[in-house]
Ligand binder design. Structure first.
Ligand code: NAP
Length: 269
């Protein structure tokens, strides 16, 4: 039962949008291809599909790494909402439960709810706990409240166009792994010539290069795809090794391009 952030599979399947029958088919194909890390959230409408896919797989529950996220409106009933998620997924425990976003306008502050997340872990309802969309300040508030070594990861937007280096370093210095969401820039890698050149050099796809870059920075990646072929190539990005010159060129693509930026979100800095 005890787990460390090194237990998190480095490539997972993002499930945002994988609802209904199409989502069920996508989850089955991903599991058949070898994905074991599945990323859902209370707000995605995919918890049920994820739980069903695990049950239908014929594999042991322990073979999977299932993440869900507590939505802001549930911060006042955090433990009950995790029970609801487990019920929806028909699982006895989650592998990782995240706070999806810090509360809008810090109302309530991190100190008011992060302890409840730690208690959910103490009660064995999840092997690991973490946060998502936390800034450096939110991370520090959480660590001050529950201590170092409790948070396994901070999941935030990270891709070649938004590399978030300062936040990533802040997390790593505190032993908190980085999980990159939207690692394919939401499918907007387009015809970028630098990515294209690195891809041709290695006989790889643009998406594989984008994922391999983040993996080389020691991030965990959770690309979403409904297509079995793209799921397969995304998973194979784990075998692509970039050299120093590639890494330098890809580092140069940073342009502060943030795609997920709700009005009620934190002040990024
Ligand atoms: N914590 C948070 O607040 C937060 C926010 C956003 C996302 N997330 C998580 O992160 C996951 C990934 O983010 P995301 O889904 O927004 O974006 P993403 O994974 O960067 O990109 C997904 C898009 O790229 C396309 N795609 C996937 N593989 C491809 C490939 N090999 N070649 C070309 N296109 C490809 C997908 O289309 P097809 O499906 O047609 O392949 C889809 O349109 C989410 O599913 C969710 O689990 C978390």
């Amino acid at each position: 039962m005890p787990a460390e952030n090194s237990d998190i599979p480095r490539i997972g399947l993002g499930t945002y949008g994988l609802t209904g029958a199409e989502g069920r088919a996508a989850l089955s194909s991903a599991i058949n291809l070898g994905y074991r890390h599945l990323d859902t959230a209370q707000t995605y409408g995919t918890e049920e599909n994820v739980g069903e896919a695990v049950a239908r797989s014929g594999l042991d529950r322990a073979d999977f790494f299932v993440t869900t996220k507590v939505t802001a409106s549930n911060l006042g009933r955090l433990a009950e909402s995790v029970d609801d998620s487990l019920e929806t997924m028909q699982l006895d425990y989650a592998d990782l439960v995240l706070i999806h976003w810090p509360a809008p306008h810090d109302d309530p502050p991190v100190s008011a709810y992060i302890g409840a997340l730690a208690r959910v872990q103490d009660e064995g309802k999840t092997r690991l706990i973490g946060v998502s969309n936390f800034t450096r300040r939110h991370i520090d508030e959480a660590v001050a409240e529950i201590g170092e070594g409790r948070l396994a990861t901070n999941q935030f937007e990270q891709h070649v166009f938004l590399q978030n280096r300062v936040l990533a370093a802040h997390c790593r210095e505190r032993g908190i792994a980085v999980t990159a969401y939207m690692p394919l820039a939401g499918g907007r890698l387009g015809d970028d010539s630098v990515i294209g050149a690195v891809a041709s050099k290695h006989g790889a796809t643009a998406s594989q290069v984008a994922l391999a870059y983040l993996l080389a920075l020691d991030s965990i990646v959770i690309p979403k795809s409904a297509s079995p072929e793209r799921q397969r190539t995304n998973l194979a990005a784990g075998d692509l090794v970039l050299d120093g010159a590639d890494m330098g060129r890809l580092a140069g693509l940073e342009r502060g391009q943030r795609y997920i930026n709700p009005a009620w979100g934190p002040d990024w800095y």
